[in-house]
Design a binder for this molecule. Sequence first.
Ligand SMILES: Nc1nc2c(ncn2[C@@H]2O[C@H](COP(=O)(O)OP(=O)(O)OP(=O)(O)O)[C@@H](O)[C@H]2O)c(=O)[nH]1
Ligand SMILES: [Mg+2]
Length: 404
Amino acid sequence: MIGFFRRKKPQDGPGAAQTRPSTEELAAAFPRAPSEPLPADAAFPAAAPADEQVSQAEGAESAAVATIGTAPAPSPQPSPPQAVESEPETDAAPAAPAGKSGWRDRLRRTSAALGLAGLFTRNPRLDDDLLDEIETALLTADVGVPATTAIIEDLRKRMKEREFADAQALLKALRADLIALITPVAKPLVIDASRKPFVVLTVGVNGVGKTTTIGKLARRFKQDGHSLMLAAGDTFRAAAVAQLQTWGERNGVPVVAQGQDADAASVAFDALQSAKSRHFDVLIADTAGRLHTQTGLMNELGKIRRVLGKIDAEAPHEVLMVIDGTTGQNALSQLRQFHAAVGVTGLVVTKLDGTAKGGVVFALAREFGIPIRYAGIGERVEDLRVFDAESFVDALLPEALGGG
Ligand SMILES: Nc1nc2c(ncn2[C@@H]2O[C@H](COP(=O)(O)OP(=O)(O)OP(=O)(O)O)[C@@H](O)[C@H]2O)c(=O)[nH]1
Ligand SMILES: [Mg+2]
């Protein structure tokens, strides 16, 4: 094996304080199965020697899970199929309805927190007090000072010029300003078929939804007809490997893993080699959550990037940073640090269905201009939407309020 693959001591990692997974981690490792039945071939293979698992995977691309690697297998054996089927029910809501109504349904709480809709349904007078209230609502929703100031100044100027006949006209202008702010970043991820495999490296701080997003993406890419493979690059916790394997199994997608404490760059390297030799269209690599302030761990991301580049100079083709929509303004410093360390090319904003204030999306768009690829609007595998500026603003601030 190549010399630069040194094993990382677990105490270096974010999971250092946790020698065994907590109840929450285990719960996160086994999110509720999607409502549809598992495909017949999606069950975990019985614990087989590693070599045999490789050949199984090579023989059938749709095989559920392949544990491939040179490291001894310290990882826990994948749970037997019944463990998945009998997992306790979580309180995950059903999948969001399709189209704009799904956005509206899921962003209800975000919209309520923003409080703008309420402002307009009270049919306010067009005056500075109304602008002050809008400004406060935007700042409270984490839209941030620069974006809020730009919007309020635009509206104030136009109000002085008597452009708005009533509050509904002002509402329309506000919606248009919000849409204009995020339209430039609403750029979907396009899998470039000439890059084979197209490598997606997933990064972000702890618990933001990286692994869940990979599971959702695996399903989406498969439905779009891409063959794909996953790399279990979060080697700090045994539960993290098992969590990705569970997602792989559900989607009938092979997972390359070396188990806990393996070198993340080594896992990524092996996975890319394997995906390339087996002509997969897409490889998605998971990584351990890390705080943007942990310099050593941030440098490790650079190493993963360099190692992938040894096989394909252009890989990773997408560095997808997952951001928790409830994070608020801290998301800006997270993105700044991750971008400096590994060159982020796309974002996923998750948990917009929660008590997220959502406004941080506008702040991110204004400050960085990095494409927002997807929005996470629930825990279900279906709850990942291509980010759409109009649907997002429509959910926060519907066009028709109070019958207007
Ligand atoms: N409500 C909601 N929950 C989500 C969403 N995305 C992820 N989650 C939940 O967030 C929790 C953490 O998700 P993970 O995918 O494990 O997060 P992670 O970033 O991989 O975490 P680490 O690997 O520990 O850094 C899980 O309970 C997920 O179900 C979302 O869009 N909405
Ligand atoms: Mg994870």
